[in-house]
Each structure stands twice: as structure tokens, then as C-alpha cells.
Design a protein around this ligand. Structure first.
Ligand SMILES: Cc1cc2nc3c(=O)[nH]c(=O)nc-3n(C[C@H](O)[C@H](O)[C@H](O)COP(=O)(O)OP(=O)(O)OC[C@H]3O[C@@H](n4cnc5c(N)ncnc54)[C@H](O)[C@@H]3O)c2cc1C
Length: 458
């Protein structure tokens, strides 16, 4: 009998296993695929180490991943400062403004639009500072009318890359907290810093204008040296012996008895446990068990998702177009987010070569999106074909629940006793890996409240 069984060995499942293992629990992790890490991974294609999509790791200064690393990791990955977010124009790259002063001089957009957008942004920040809930207000509904098409395209692209959804489906909250306009660290109460102080600090940082004027886009964002697998390897090497992982093992059912979870079954075995932590898609829960209340099932049906396609290009030489660390956005016609990840670390591409990932949002059929993606790449970089040595495609769901205005994000606690959720569909804060880490912090908190974990550690 295990103390806890974790369904799925993505980063949220593994971070949960690590935390519970370090709290002395006997943990079994069951993963349906042949490898661990889920969307937090890197693998070699023709000598180039591609990640599962281009990644920026956010909230690294005081955020949830930092807290988990400090508390549970035996090996901490080395992080490299992320660099700068650029917008690509036909004339070259320009840094994306990270504060109002930069925004006013951002002449990629017409001057009149910039002024109107700055006013809208200031208003949204002020509302947010005074505690007005902006999570159900769409970005589009807050935009001034009669902006140019270019400006709408720009805002739409930023919305897509922050939430996977258009500006009509993305909330103001998401743009403020997913971008660097609002302080990029987590607010967790500690004995040294009670929540009231944290809130006061947060408000000073926004309303004190200082934040808006001096904000740095790179604040607390980084890329793991050596690639995304560096994070995964640090977790794996930190796991204690009381954590067991089995791959190629799909959980088909979560077993219940008298209104509480008691085990899981795969196609050839059943496992008893006191607690199940599900890190797969929460949307799959109705297939895995029968005892969920109708209202919860209805809510799970409202989970919104977005798909993305990443085209990795291994280039025969380092091109001057990609001579930067950070990433670039192209916002006209078919928008992309691109990142030359080999610029962070010499081991990612063979000597003298370069690896760039282009991420596109998938709204249509993959075949059609591929054609349009290539049209954009060829239009922006007309000579690129002669340098391409390796092409690799990934089509994925980057987050298990998109933070859209009508979408549902379940809590870590479920209506069924002893069944918890973790992962990108069990927290709304930040993005991707940081979001998954937020859910794990919540899990630890809930399990303490429910009497399964001692206090002391985190
Ligand atoms: C293109 C792209 C770009 C991204 N950019 C960023 C970024 O810039 N910054 C960032 O922080 N994040 C980014 N992300 C997102 C980030 O990688 C993921 O959100 C994160 O890795 C998800 O972790 P997870 O544990 O929630 O889910 P997953 O990685 O999906 O893990 C879930 C695991 O559960 C397993 N599983 C599911 N059901 C079962 C079952 N029934 N039985 C057994 N196993 C099961 C799955 O096989 C999988 O391994 C990006 C992702 C992509 C694809």
C-alpha cells in the first residue's frame, strides 16, 4: 500500500512526488508514456537538443519554483538571464516595451494608438491595484475604439502568446500578470513577511509609478542552462528512494470506496493507496471515475484549451538575425514567437551551428497551419532555406487549461475526498512550469490542512 499515487510524471507530478517523498511518504508515480517529464523535456534531433517548445521560466526571483527548489531540491539547475523580448519588424528587431515610458516611444505602432493604449493600460493597472477583479474582462473590451489594424494585431498577438487565446477571450488580468507590467514575483506569506506587508509592497510597486517607469522585462525570468531537461534532471536527481516511478503505465481508473479514493488501476494491475494526485488532464477525470457531482462535471466541461505548433530549425551557422538572447515576436499575418535557444548554452547545437524554435498558435488544421507558418518564415527570412539542416515539428497543448475569460480552472482539492489535482489546469497564476509549481505549493498547503503532511517543511 502506497501513501500516495501520482498519475502522470510531467513536471507537476514529479514536483509533487519530490515534495511528498521528502516529507517521508511512500510514493508511486505512474506515467503512460515511455518517458518522464511530459512537456518539460529536451531531446536530441540530428545533433540539436530541442526543448518541448520555446520556454521562458518566469517568477524565478521569489516564485513557487524557487520555493520548491530551495526546500526540496538536492541539485539546483543553473539559470541564465532570459534576455529581452523583441518584436520583429521588416527593418529588424526592437525591444518590446516593458514600461509606459518605453511604450510611448515604441514607434512600431502609430503614435495616436500608443497614447490611447498607454491610457488604457494605466487605467487597467489602477483598477487592478485597487482590487477590482479584471479576470472576467476581456482585453478587447478595454481597448479604445478606432485603433489601426496593426495595433489590434499587435495586442492580439501578445494575448495569444500569454494565454493561447485571442484578445477577445483573454482577460486583462492575464495580460497584466502574465506580462512584466506587474511585479514578477509570488505573494506568499512567511513568518518574516506577513501578507499585509506583501500587499503593501505590491501596491507601492504599481502605484508608486517607479515600477512602471523602471520596470525591466527580464526581471526574474530565465532559461535553464543546457536546456529544459536541466530542470527535469534536477528534480529526478533529487528524488528520495521512497519515490518509485513506472513508465509505460496508463492509469485507466481511479478507484473509490464509500465516497473516498482508495486506489488506481491500469490494464493489468490495481494499486491501493490512501491518496491520489492526478497530474494528467483534469478534463479526463469523468473517464477515470464515476463518483463526481454533476456540477463539477459541468465545470470540467468548461475547461478551455489551446494548441500550439513549434517548428525547430537547426541552422548550419549562427545567423546575425538571431544574434541575441531572449525571444522575438512577429505579429503581422501569421504571428510567431521565436527563440534561438542555442545562444544560451553551447551544448544545445553542434559547434558553430544554431537552433531556433518558432512557435505558432494552432487554430485551423495542422496541415493548413504548417503551410501558413512556412509562408511567414520565408517572408520574414527570405534566405533561411539555405541554412536549414534540421527541421522538427511539435504539436502540443502547452497548458492543460487556458486562462480565458470563460474557461474554468479547477482547484487542487476535488469534491472527492483524498483526490487532488496538480498541473497547469489546477492553478491560474503565471504560465507553464511556474503555473504547475503554483499548483504544487497549493497541494502541499491543502495536504497540511487535511492532516496528511506535517508542518515544518514549506
Ligand atoms: C510550445 C510550448 C511552449 C511553452 N512555453 C512555456 C514557457 O515559456 N514557460 C513555461 O513556464 N512553460 C511553457 N510551456 C508549458 C510547460 O512546458 C507545461 O505547462 C508544463 O511542462 C506542464 O506540466 P504538467 O505537469 O502540468 O503537465 P504535462 O507535462 O502535460 O504532464 C502530464 C503527464 O501526465 C501523463 N498522463 C496523463 N494522463 C495519464 C494517465 N491516465 N496515466 C498515466 N499518465 C498520464 C502524461 O503522459 C504527461 O507525462 C510551454 C509548452 C509548450 C508545449
Amino acid at each position: 500500500m502506497y501513501d500516495a499515487i501520482i498519475v502522470g510524471a510531467g513536471i507537476s507530478g514529479l514536483l509533487s512526488a519530490l515534495a511528498l517523498g521528502k516529507h517521508g511518504k511512500n510514493v508511486l508515480v505512474l506515467e503512460r508514456s515511455g518517458y518522464v517529464g511530459g512537456n518539460c523535456n529536451s531531446y536530441c534531433v540530428d545533433g540539436f537538443w530541442v526543448d518541448t517548445g520555446p520556454h521562458a521560466i518566469t517568477h524565478l526571483h521569489k516564485g513557487p519554483l524557487r520555493m520548491l527548489m530551495d526546500e526540496y531540491f538536492d541539485y539546483i539547475p543553473a539559470f541564465v538571464d532570459y534576455g529581452t523580448y523583441y518584436v520583429r519588424t521588416p527593418e529588424g528587431i526592437r525591444p518590446i516595451p516593458s514600461n509606459l515610458r518605453e511604450f510611448v516611444t515604441f514607434d512600431v505602432l502609430p503614435r495616436k494608438d500608443r497614447l490611447m493604449l498607454s491610457q488604457a493600460l494605466t487605467k487597467a493597472l489602477t483598477l487592478s491595484t485597487f482590487g477590482i477583479d479584471t479576470s472576467k474582462t476581456s482585453v478587447y473590451s478595454c481597448l479604445p475604439r478606432h485603433l489601426s489594424k496593426k495595433t489590434y494585431d499587435f495586442v492580439d498577438t501578445i494575448a495569444y502568446f500569454l494565454s493561447g487565446k485571442s484578445m477577445k477571450e483573454t482577460s486583462v488580468y492575464r495580460v497584466l500578470y502574465g506580462s512584466s507590467f506587474v511585479r514578477d514575483s509570488a505573494m506568499y506569506e512567511t513568518e518574516d513577511q506577513p501578507i499585509a506587508d506583501l500587499l503593501a509592497e505590491q501596491i507601492t510597486n504599481i502605484t508608486g509609478i517607479r515600477r512602471l517607469i523602471t520596470n525591466k522585462a527580464t526581471y526574474a525570468q530565465a532559461y535553464p542552462r543546457g536546456g529544459l531537461k536541466a530542470i527535469l534532471n534536477s528534480v529526478l536527481h533529487s528524488l528520495p528512494d521512497n519515490v518509485e516511478i513506472r513508465t509505460d503505465t496508463r492509469v485507466d481508473r481511479i478507484l473509490t470506496d464509500d465516497g473516498r479514493v482508495c486506489g488506481v488501476s491500469t490494464d493489468d494491475e490495481s494499486y491501493d493507496t490512501e491518496i491520489v494526485i492526478h497530474s494528467g488532464f483534469a478534463k479526463d477525470l469523468p473517464v477515470l471515475l464515476d463518483d463526481l457531482p454533476a456540477e463539477y462535471l459541468h465545470d470540467l466541461g468548461r475547461i478551455d484549451q489551446a494548441r500550439s505548433m513549434c517548428i525547430w530549425l537547426g541552422l548550419s551557422q549562427q545567423l546575425k538575425e538571431f544574434d541575441y538572447t531572449g525571444s522575438e515576436v512577429w505579429f503581422q499575418e501569421k504571428a510567431y514567437w521565436a527563440m534561438p535557444i542555442s545562444n544560451y548554452s553551447s551544448t544545445i547545437a553542434p559547434k558553430g551551428k544554431q537552433l531556433v524554435g518558432f512557435m505558432f498558435v494552432v487554430k485551423d488544421s495542422v496541415k493548413r497551419e504548417k503551410e501558413r507558418a512556412w509562408e511567414t518564415i520565408h517572408q520574414v527570412f527570405p534566405d533561411i532555406e539555405k541554412y536549414i539542416e534540421m527541421t522538427h515539428y511539435q504539436v502540443t497543448t502547452p497548458e492543460k487549461a487556458a486562462v480565458s475569460i470563460n474557461g474554468y480552472i479547477p482547484d487542487v482539492r476535488t469534491p472527492l475526498k483524498n483526490l487532488y489535482l496538480v498541473g497547469t489546469d489546477a492553478a491560474a497564476e503565471s504560465m507553464g512550469i511556474t503555473r504547475a509549481a503554483y499548483s504544487v505549493i497549493d497541494l502541499i498547503k491543502c495536504m497540511k490542512e487535511d492532516g496528511y503532511l506535517r508542518s515544518g517543511r514549506l
